[in-house]
Design a protein around this ligand. Structure first.
Ligand code: ZN
Length: 133
């Protein structure tokens, strides 16, 4: 945790759900992705078939507005199967969003938080894990 007080809930501009998969679970992740797109107004990110940024396993990102949280989250709880999903707010502090404020469905993966320090120091760069199609 940082020493700063947490931001107000009203500072949450939206959320990301990061859906992790591997070669074996990729079809399951694809089916989940199609259902999410069919049911919810989301900003679907591209497939990353390798670890990217702080994400230690392949994943895709689902961006959604705060008002979708009470709709999408329960649906993900019931429909994620065995997939691990990271949900984090977007408060404007990428590191805190991933390190301090996340919620996990299923397995908790060890995020590569050193990425954020590397990014600040100019030793890491885009393509960002948050990149969209
Ligand atoms: Zn994210």
């Amino acid at each position: 945790m940082t020493d700063r007080p947490p931001p107000a809930v009203a500072a949450i501009a939206g959320y990301h759900a990061h859906v992790y998969f591997d070669a074996a679970s990729r079809p399951q992740a694809a089916a989940l992705r199609a259902e999410i797109e069919r049911r919810f107004p989301v900003q679907m990110g591209r497939w990353w078939d390798r670890p990217i940024g702080p994400h230690p396993e392949p994943m895709y990102q689902v961006g959604f507005a705060a008002d979708q949280f009470p709709h999408l989250l329960p649906w993900l709880m019931l429909n994620r199967g065995s997939l691990a999903i990271l949900v984090h707010p977007s408060t404007g502090d990428d590191r805190a969003d991933h390190a301090d404020y996340p919620l996990w469905l299923g397995r908790v993966l060890p995020l590569r938080l050193a990425f954020f320090a590397e990014l600040e120091a100019g030793r890491a760069s885009i393509p960002s894990p948050e990149a969209r199609e």
